[in-house]
Design a protein around this ligand. Sequence first.
Ligand code: MG
Length: 218
Amino acid sequence: MKSIKIKNSSKEIEIGKIVCVGRNYAEHAKELGNEVPEKPVIFLKPSSAVIFSGDKILYPSFSNEMHHETELVLLIGKKIKNGSEAESEEAIEGYGVGLDMTLRDIQNELKKKGHPWTIAKCFDMSAVLSEFILKKDYKLTLDEEISLFINGEIRQKEKLNMMLFPPVKIVQYISSLMTLEEGDLIFTGTPKGVSKVEKGDKLHAKISGMVELNCTVG
Ligand code: MG
């Protein structure tokens, strides 16, 4: 099993399931030709897909178009099912930044056929994680900026308050669909600016004043 590391702490937390939100920024939904959803679009990633800052993302042999999606990631600290808004807020224990690596060529084919996105989203190394910062050490305002640089050039940059569904609403909604448990992670969706990565690219993702990660594509 894999564990996330906590900033300024020796504490490690074993990763449970990873729930992801799609199309949570209006401009990103539009750039991929999708409608802005009325409810969060939900999918899963396996914990076997996780790698960490400093690791290398290997291009899967079955795709020629791997995209970066830079996202705020929530750490769930306690079991929650059908949570109220207050309970949902309380269930969030910390925050990280992550890359939801996506095989866009495969995903486009799957979408056309009406098939699940599993092959495009669940491959090894498709979930890159930073260290996490605990909520008790950092108060999220949503005024923070999330950004991604490739080889020093900025590709994605957006305020977290541009999310269609904020963290508490996402947790509340997911907890109405499935039980969330300690160690579960939630990828909250990517802002506009997704693009293809190439072998040799150096990726740097950050949320201002909070967390950051670095990795290379191989
Ligand atoms: Mg995503």
